[in-house]
Design a protein around this ligand. Structure first.
Ligand code: FAD
Ligand code: DLZ
Ligand code: SF4
Length: 537
């Protein structure tokens, strides 16, 4: 019997399980729909990436002989959401058998499961086998473990894949080279980003996205992401040759105006299906075997993909839907306005992360975790608002990977499922790993008063507020000793500085105190001038 097959915007893979199951007379549906483009206000570059990659993929499928029913966003027969589009095509084709590779988000999976009965669609969901670890393998891993940890999972996946293994042992007799990967960056400019040509499909999509979604946070101007498998393969080659050798050393570094450093920029290609995780890891392993990249870089990189990426996906499906509602630290403050407008903050580190995000729909891991994530954690920003922000603003953001990283890793809102202790730090960490503090209006050396780095103030306030809960966690013992030793006066000062900071942010949207306003204006002016002269500041 003839079937219809819906391919989603993050399922653009020639080896997709649904595609492989099709017979010659089955037909494909692909649709650009408002519902998916606006359930959060995605960055325009993310919408452009998905629409352009969908159109290119549909072209490729047609060339391969498939029948593709493609609905652009402005097609007069576009029904606005996926289920309505499926119901519409079912009627046109007089077919109600549907086959789909399971979606990456709980929200959408629920919609498909409910739509069967409500819209008279017979939907079969196939497992998404583009991941290294299946749902049932992850369940097996969880069995009998009170506190699952990524490192244990990662070792199992190394054994399963044979990556960086020799005679059943990890190469160089060590599983993890992370302690070599924490260098501050003191070098020159990293190699320039690879540029991708834009074709007519891209131009059409940019015009459409600018018209319909130009009001969303973020600029389309600097769009430079792979939209086809060929482009993604070029990006992979370029990374292996130019960035991988130093990926490990500078993985945690933060550098003013260096938006991507030695990171791979492959997450969007992986997450929409243009690349497969194993082929990327094998390319990195080959570079190691050929002596072109050191072990700390290659192991660190492979760990991100077969370790963290697979692990967060496993946790997402194991703990949803309850996971999305967790708020273990009772965070209840509005997300500050400067997450949407960096010109409102005097904190150089935050301004840089938000600028990168606005211009490129990108920030590297440490910007996401230790700058914007750390601030949201210390400030106690509402979990839902923070998660929506991360889901909206990044080119690679899909809930299965975004949620555990934000809610679990950055905000500790799952109470320790994802991380064994909160990733909280004062300004010291940012100062050690970056060159931001020298251009900041605040002083990273100060912990009291209006000139003090807000991370320092909020860090101690955070520990005071959660002292009782954190006492139960042995890994927090050393940190809490400092809190226990605090005088009452010092505690009062921290609480009062935090209140003043919150009041300013709530009333003006900005953290900048009146006493630093002149310095802030002068810095903005200097930044504007150097930007006009084409200098980096
Ligand atoms: P690289 O630094 O080059 O890393 C290589 C690859 O490893 C990445 O492409 C990615 O596929 C994988 N990877 C690395 N770290 C992680 C991780 N923690 N979880 C899953 N995969 C990882 N990643 C997303 O793909 N989508 C998201 O929505 C997302 N949201 C995040 C939110 C927060 C708060 C944090 C702290 C991290 C988030 N990450 C997310 C993980 C990570 O920051 C990005 O994968 C990475 O910055 C993408 O850039 P890159 O391709 O240059 O990565
Ligand atoms: C993210 C996204 C966007 C912006 N637009 C579409 C779309 O128009 N059509 C589509 O099929 N998929 C889109 N997607 C991807 C889906 O939201 C994605 O499949 C889910 O987020 C599940 O991972
Ligand atoms: Fe960020 Fe504090 Fe350094 Fe300023 S002083 S850049 S706020 S860490």
């Amino acid at each position: 019997m003839k079937k219809l097959c819906l391919i989603l915007g993050d399922q653009l893979s020639d080896q997709l399980s649904s595609l492989k199951s099709l017979n010659p007379d089955d037909e494909i549906l692909m649709a650009e729909v408002y519902a998916e483009a606006s359930y959060v206000k995605h960055h325009p570059q993310k919408i452009a990436l998905i629409f352009s990659a969908m159109r290119h993929f549909a072209e490729q499928l047609i060339q391969q002989g498939y029948t593709v029913n493609y609905y652009t966003l402005d097609d007069p027969n576009n029904q606005g959401d996926l289920i309505s589009q499926m119901a519409y095509l079912s009627q046109v084709k007089n077919v109600n058998e549907w086959i789909l590779t399971e979606p990456g988000e709980w929200r959408l999976k629920e919609i498909f499961l409910n739509a069967g009965p409500s819209h008279n669609l017979a939907i079969t969901l196939l497992e998404d086998d583009r991941f290294v670890v299946s749902h049932s393998e992850f369940q097996d891993f969880l069995q009998g473990r009170k506190q699952p940890r990524m490192e244990h999972f990662y070792r199992k996946v190394r054994q399963k894949t044979g990556l960086l293994m020799q005679n059943g042992k990890p190469v160089q007799d060590k599983w993890n080279f992370d302690h070599d990967n924490r260098k501050r960056y003191d070098g020159g400019t990293p190699p320039a980003r690879l540029e991708f040509n834009k074709d007519q499909i891209d131009q059409d999509v940019f015009a459409l996205v600018q018209e319909k979604f130009g009001h969303h946070f973020g600029s389309l101007e600097a769009f430079n992401w792979p939209v086809t498998r060929n482009q993604a393969l070029r990006a992979l080659d370029y990374f292996i040759e130019h960035y991988l050798p130093k990926f490990g050393d500078y993985q945690d570094a933060l550098v003013e105006s260096e938006d991507t450093l030695f990171h791979s920029l492959l997450s969007s290609s992986l997450n929409i299906g243009l690349l497969y995780p194993l082929e990327i890891c094998q390319a990195a392993e080959q570079a190691y075997q050929a002596g072109k990249a050191p072990i700390n870089a290659v192991e660190g990189f492979i760990r991100q993909i077969i370790g963290w990426r697979e692990y967060v996906r496993g946790l997402y499906w194991a703990y949803m839907p309850e996971y999305g509602q967790l708020n273990a630290l009772q965070a209840d403050h509005d997300l500050p306005a400067f997450y949407w407008d960096e010109s409102k903050t005097g904190m150089r580190c935050i301004a840089e992360a938000v600028r990168n995000t606005r211009e490129h729909a990108y920030a590297h891991h440490i910007q996401r975790l230790m700058v914007t994530g750390n601030f949201a954690l210390l400030y106690g920003a509402k979990v839902q608002e923070v998660c929506d922000w991360y889901l909206a603003v990044y080119i690679d953001a899909f809930e299965w990977v975004e949620l555990p990283n934000t809610l679990g890793m950055a905000l500790y809102a799952d109470g320790g499922i994802m991380a064994s202790k909160p990733y909280c730090s004062s300004g010291k960490y940012i100062h050690r790993m970056s060159n931001y503090c020298k251009n900041c209006i605040y002083s990273v050396q100060k912990s009291e008063g209006e000139q003090a780095c807000p991370f320092n103030i909020l860090y101690w306030d955070f520990l005071i507020r959660h002292e009782a809960e954190f006492k139960k966690n042995p890994r927090m013992g050393l940190t809490l000793k400092h809190v226990a030793k605090m005088t009452d006066d010092r505690r009062q000062q921290i609480i009062s500085d935090t209140q003043s900071l919150r009041q300013r942010i709530n009333s003006t949207g900005s953290d900048v105190p009146p006493s630093l306003q002149a310095k802030f204006n002068a810095q903005k002016q200097a930044g504007l001038q150097s930007a006009q002269q084409g200098e980096l500041f």
